[in-house]
Design a protein around this ligand. Sequence first.
Ligand SMILES: Cc1cc2nc3c(=O)[nH]c(=O)nc-3n(C[C@H](O)[C@H](O)[C@H](O)COP(=O)(O)O)c2cc1C
Length: 158
Amino acid sequence: MKGIVAFDSMYGNTKHVAEAMAEEIKAQGHEVVLINIGETLKLEADGDFILIGSPTRMKQMTFRTKRFVRKARKMYAGKPGAAFETTLRAPTDPEARAKASKWIDNAAGTKIKAMAEEGGIRMFPEILTAEVVDTYGPLMPHTLDKSREFARRFLASL
Ligand SMILES: Cc1cc2nc3c(=O)[nH]c(=O)nc-3n(C[C@H](O)[C@H](O)[C@H](O)COP(=O)(O)O)c2cc1C
């Protein structure tokens, strides 16, 4: 099969996640096209599935990710897809976690999933949330392993 992994990234964290997933898809014997939405919105229609990810900014996907999803859902309706996001790490203290909820829960990935689903892409129920330690990164430890495992679970669902 041929997979598309599309991502936006300001500081490189979401890019690392996308690259890890693309590597895993390749390692599982598939062809993969990696699209950096910050560089191009070009998308070919011949993929068998599509993964789309964005950093979370003010609870949303980036503006250009939105444009990309709008385009992707026209071309990939009926095909399987999955969403991923980077967010700030969740505080461990329960009170702080509850306060942070409005920024880190139902973030970019949830919005990508909903928008893609609305356009008919058959979205994987699970969203990959990759946390960054601080605004500019780095990713929390083991995030790339988590990303590869997510890609494996998604492939197994096809
Ligand atoms: C202007 C701005 C707004 C942000 N808003 C949020 C937010 O609402 N929720 C959140 O979890 N992270 C927020 N972040 C942190 C981003 O999640 C983090 O910068 C991003 O995941 C890094 O990914 P990237 O390196 O791929 O750009 C924000 C960061 C910036 C710079």
